[in-house]
Design a protein around this ligand. Structure first.
Ligand SMILES: [Zn+2]
Length: 231
C-alpha cells in the first residue's frame, strides 16, 4: 500500500512492541475495553482442565473406528455472555493409515478454534470434501458421506449444534405436514420401508444426504428434509 505524503514531515516515532500489542488488542478485543466480556482469541491460555465430548465414527471403508474428541472452553461463565466454544480437537484410531493427515487436520482445526471469531465455517469446508475413491453410506443412519473428512465435518457440526454455536435444522410446520402426509400415502401404497425407515428404492437427497428421495405424484420428494422439486 502506498501512502502519499502531501504535508511536511515534522516528526516521527518508531512503532514499539507496546503500540503493536495495543493495536492488536483493539482489533481482536473490541468488547473487552467497553465491558468485561471475554471473547475468544489466541492469547487465551488453555485452562488445566477442559471438558470434552468424544464421538465414535466407523467408516465402512476402513477396518477401524475413529474417536473424535472435542474439548470446549466456557467463556464468561455464570454471566449473560456465557459461551461454550470448541477449544481443541483430537482424533484417535487404531488405524495408522490416516495418521499424517489426521494430525495435520486436527492441529489446524484446533488453531482455528483458538483464533476466535466464527469457526463454524470449518463444518461446510470439511463436509464438501469428496473422496475420489468414492464415499459411503454411514452405517445405521444411511446418510451419504462423500469422504471420511466429510464425516468428521458432520461430527463437528453435531457438536456445534449441541453447544449452541450452530442452529439445529428444525423443519417448519408446513414441511413437517408435507412429510407426514407423503409418508402416510407411502404406507398406504404398502411400499416396504428399508432399515433406515425409507423405502429401499429411495435415492439420495442432494440437500440432506439421506437416501430418502422418492417419486410421489410425479414429483421427487425427500421424506427426510422435505426437499421437493415441485416447491
Ligand atoms: Zn433431504
Amino acid at each position: 500500500m502506498t501512502i502519499k505524503i502531501d504535508k511536511k514531515i515534522v516528526g516521527y516515532k518508531v512503532r514499539s512492541e507496546d503500540d503493536k500489542n495495543a493495536a492488536l488488542a483493539a482489533a481482536v478485543l473490541p468488547a473487552t475495553s467497553a465491558s468485561n466480556v471475554v471473547m475468544m482469541h489466541e492469547k487465551i491460555e488453555r485452562p488445566d482442565v477442559l471438558i470434552g465430548s468424544t464421538y465414535k465414527i466407523k467408516p465402512p471403508v476402513g477396518e477401524h473406528a475413529f474417536y473424535i474428541t472435542i474439548n470446549d472452553i466456557v467463556l464468561n461463565e455464570g454471566t449473560d455472555h456465557e459461551q461454550q466454544r470448541p477449544f481443541e480437537i483430537f482424533i484417535n484410531s487404531k488405524s495408522m493409515d490416516h495418521y499424517a493427515w489426521v494430525v495435520a487436520l486436527t492441529r489446524l482445526m484446533s488453531a482455528v478454534f483458538r483464533k476466535g471469531g466464527d469457526a463454524t465455517f470449518v463444518v461446510e469446508e470439511l463436509k464438501a470434501v469428496f473422496d475420489p475413491q468414492g464415499g459411503y453410506f454411514q452405517p445405521g443412519t444411511g446418510v451419504y458421506m462423500p469422504s471420511i473428512i466429510a464425516e468428521i465435518g458432520a461430527v463437528v457440526e453435531k457438536h456445534m449444534k449441541r453447544i449452541g454455536l450452530l442452529k439445529g435444522d428444525e423443519l417448519d410446520e408446513h414441511q413437517r405436514a408435507l412429510i407426514a402426509e407423503k409418508r402416510k400415502q407411502l404406507a398406504e401404497k404398502a411400499g416396504g420401508a428399508g432399515a433406515t425407515g425409507f423405502p429401499a428404492e429411495a435415492t439420495l437427497c442432494n440437500k440432506c444426504h439421506h437416501k430418502s428421495v422418492i417419486l410421489m405424484d410425479g414429483c421427487m420428494t425427500c421424506l427426510n428434509c422435505g426437499d421437493s422439486k415441485c416447491g
